[in-house]
Write a protein that binds this ligand. Structure first.
Ligand SMILES: NC(=O)c1ccc[n+]([C@@H]2O[C@H](COP(=O)([O-])OP(=O)(O)OC[C@H]3O[C@@H](n4cnc5c(N)ncnc54)[C@H](O)[C@@H]3O)[C@@H](O)[C@H]2O)c1
Length: 437
């Protein structure tokens, strides 16, 4: 239920902030989510203070250097006057709104790790001032904004609803995607009160064409988890289908393409080496954790996680079988991994299935090399990206694990002695030395 309370007016204003002067926005956490958001607000004319505990990021941004592929340096250059980075929470006091974009990973025991959220909220509470709007964008389980964030912010001595506003608005960014932007992707907001929701709607209207106001932060929190669980479950479904098709000797890609001709009631998902990134392998377990607290055991989430986690092992088995067709053991064979980030067009290796595949191949004694122009080094595996020509020359097998746009896969098939395609990017190519998932 929403509580209805009068809107808090910062500095006694009666008109939307944007009509009187440029809004001042604070963004805590300048990573894959926070930096593009900071850019979007700056481009819309707002004054943005970006805060990060990582001094290297603060220094880079203030020198006009980006570290996120989706934000080229040329985008930062004209924003130098509008976008300032800092590590000092006191710099947030002048802001009308402060948005939290800190990581929400899993702990070693695969439970929600809210350390970053708690640390940043605790620091924010020290400088929170009357009239501010605080929005949490980090993905998390329903109840986090109300039960975890609110009490920390109220240690400031201020009261939510009467002194400051609080809302949750999930980030829907998909790094590397260009067809939908911050502006054209509808933004969900759920406020702790109607007034909080209205302030959040006003805030995001600066940068988004469509803002959808929901009845509570919990609905907004759970909507984001539904979106990610939907993807996780459907990816697991096609990954399992790929394993079955392998047994049945049916081409899974042809099956998926056939099903995709149905104009309604079917949404295409592609199989692959497993699921990676900071979101899909992590977020569903936030909901599973919350469900367990209510004696509820969500089976789809756990099952999808199990299938997707097992997919890299299945791919290693396919690598062993591919080498077997040319009478080679994994031990001592040269295996070139093409693409090690978790998806094409980005350099993010978090939870990337390629890392599991490489680790297993190294354990089996393979001579592993990789080529990925987005990821220069993998220190954890003692590897650095090799040139494509050189890598193909030395490999017994090239494995397409992540398909980047800058690689010519016809050239790969033409030059490698043997190719295993785990992404279906060679479907137009017919060659004796080519095997597909
Ligand atoms: N990456 C995505 O595609 C994506 C998409 C949607 C939602 N999300 C969610 O958004 C949130 C942020 O993800 P991300 O990918 O941007 O993470 P990230 O690791 O790229 O960036 C987070 C930033 O927060 C900083 N940080 C950590 N603790 C801090 C503190 N106490 N004070 C200030 N800064 C601090 C880190 O130094 C880092 O720069 C997560 O909850 C994630 O699940 C991510």
């Amino acid at each position: 239920m929403l509580s209805v309370d009068p809107p808090v007016e910062a500095s006694g204003r009666s008109e939307p902030l944007s009509r009187l002067r440029a809004m001042q926005i604070g963004i805590i956490g300048l990573g894959y989510v926070g930096l593009p958001l900071a850019v979007a607000f700056s481009e819309a004319g707002c004054e943005v203070v970006g805060l990060d505990v990582d001094a290297a990021k603060v220094e880079a941004l203030n020198a006009g250097r980006s570290y996120i592929e989706d934000v080229p340096d040329e985008v930062l250059a004209p924003l130098a006057e509008k976008l300032r980075a800092t590590a000092d929470y006191a710099d947030l006091t002048a802001c009308d709104a402060v948005i939290l974009c800190v990581p929400t990973p899993l702990s070693d025991s695969r439970e929600p790790d809210l350390t970053y959220l708690i640390d940043s909220a605790t620091a924010l509470a020290q400088v929170l001032r009357s009239g501010q709007l605080v929005v949490l964008e980090s993905t998390t389980y329903p109840g986090t904004t109300r039960d975890r964030l609110l009490p920390i912010l109220e240690t400031s001595g201020l009261t939510a609803g009467s002194d400051f506003h609080l809302a949750f608005s999930p980030e829907r960014i998909d790094p590397g995607r260009t067809d939908f932007t911050v502006r054209t992707t509808p933004k969900l907001v759920g406020g702790l009160s109607e007034a909080s929701a209205e302030r959040a709607r006003e805030l995001y209207s600066e940068i988004c064409d469509t803002v959808v106001v929901l009845s509570s932060p919990e609905v907004a929190e759970l909507s984001k988890l539904l979106e990610n669980i939907f993807r996780s479950v459907n990816i697991a479904l096609v990954n399992e289908l790929a394993q079955l098709c392998d047994r049945l000797e049916i081409d899974v890609w042809e099956v998926i393409e056939a099903a995709s001709t149905k104009p309604f009631g079917f949404m295409r998902f592609d199989p692959g080496p497993g699921m990676g990134g900071h979101c899909l392998p992590v977020d569903p377990f936030y909901l599973a954790f919350k469900a367990r607290q209510h004696d509820f055991y969500p089976e789809f989430i756990e099952l999808a996680g199990k299938v997707n986690q097992a997919q890299p092992s299945f791919c290693v088995e396919r690598i062993e079988r591919a080498l077997n067709t040319v009478r080679k053991p994994v031990n001592g064979s040269g295996v070139l991994i093409l693409g090690v980030s978790y998806k094409g067009g980005v350099g993010d290796t978090r939870e990337s299935p390629a890392l599991k595949i490489i680790g297993r191949l190294q354990d089996l004694g393979a001579e592993v090399a990789y080529h990925d122009s987005f990821v220069p080094e993998l220190p954890g595996h003692g590897l650095a990206s090799v040139g494509l020509e050189e890598g193909l020359r030395d490999a017994d097998l090239a494995v397409i694990v992540t398909a980047h746009p800058d690689v010519d896969y016809a050239e790969v098939v033409g030059k490698a002695p043997l190719v295993l395609d785990l992404r279906g990017v060679t479907r137009e190519i017919d060659a004796e030395n080519l095997i597909r998932l």
